[in-house]
Design a protein around this ligand. Structure first.
Ligand SMILES: NC(=O)c1ccc[n+]([C@@H]2O[C@H](COP(=O)([O-])OP(=O)(O)OC[C@H]3O[C@@H](n4cnc5c(N)ncnc54)[C@H](O)[C@@H]3O)[C@@H](O)[C@H]2O)c1
Length: 254
């Protein structure tokens, strides 16, 4: 999404947590500072403009500082994409620890609340409207056994998106979420391993079954999500707000 928006002319602040912080964050890979720098370099090499900023979305002060950085670098903030999320703390409800529940909700839902709050404050102060894009999930539209915290956080984003759309519509700020089904990112690959093992299936069987459920016959690509993101940021989407849009090859239809 950062690369696609930069290609469309957006000046981009690339953010990630940058380093593990807390026990839950050492269990899986998280985005490092050098990975952020690589994206910035790719964007610059392609003729775009980008800077990197470490931001732990669980901390309101980090999110506020990231918005300030965008304004300091580029003069204003027109778009925020609330994308940070964790999907690797999975357990059925009877075995789900409070610490894991809290971490998932803190990143996936509270982090987006901070992003919306500080971006909207800036957009209202500067005038001219804005675009807020939240990355929800297919898990915002249905339950998944073994994923109560993740599913709850993503369902929460639907309500947060609708409420923010109502609160900020008068300022010309649109607020929408994108609901992807499976995309084989770092998080997606981990989930494939986890769920295929949990169901006693081979990885290939599990993926074939998944493709079989999808009317368009393939899993999602990061470019599919980036395309929807670019559309929602464009003038073509001026009259769309408060929506939670499936990008799922037809797997979700509501
Ligand atoms: N991959 C999928 O199949 C899929 C499907 C639906 C929705 N999503 C959602 O898409 C978004 C992006 O996920 P992805 O698939 O690219 O996974 P990913 O693991 O590659 O990316 C998620 C990023 O969030 C970062 N992050 C985690 N905690 C953070 C924190 N406290 N502060 C800042 N950054 C933090 C991680 O470091 C990581 O780089 C997530 O919100 C995820 O829930 C993914």
């Amino acid at each position: 999404m950062a690369k696609r928006l930069a290609a469309e002319g957006a000046k981009v602040v690339v953010t990630d947590i940058g380093a593990p912080s807390g026990e839950q964050f050492t269990r899986q890979h998280i985005g490092t500072e050098s990975e952020m720098d690589e994206i910035v370099t790719e964007i610059k090499d392609a003729g775009g403009t980008a800077v990197a900023q470490i931001c732990d979305v669980r901390k309101e002060s980090d999110v506020a500082a990231t918005v300030l950085r965008a304004v300091r670098e580029f003069g204003r903030l027109d778009i925020i994409v609330n994308n940070a999320g964790i999907g690797y703390l999975m357990a059925d409800i009877l075995n789900l620890e409070q610490a894991d529940w809290d971490t998932v909700l803190d990143v996936n839902l509270r982090g987006v609340f901070f992003g919306i709050k500080h971006a909207a404050k800036q957009m209202i102060a500067q005038g001219g409207g804005g675009r807020i894009i939240n990355i929800a999930s297919q898990a915002a539209k249905r339950g998944f056994p073994g994923a109560a915290a993740y599913v709850s956080s993503k369902h929460g984003l639907v309500g947060l998106t609708r409420t923010a759309a109502l609160e900020f519509g008068g300022h010309g700020i649109t607020v929408n979420s994108i609901c992807p089904n499976h995309v084989t990112t770092g998080l997606g690959a981990w989930q494939n391993d986890h769920f295929s093992a949990a169901r006693g299936r081979s990885h290939d069987d599990y993926m074939a079954e998944m493709r079989g459920r999808i009317p368009l016959g393939r899993v999602g690509l990061t470019t599919d999500i980036a395309g929807m993101c670019a559309f929602l940021c464009s003038g073509e989407a001026d009259y769309i707000t408060g929506q939670n849009l499936d990008v799922s090859g037809g797997e979700e239809m509501h």
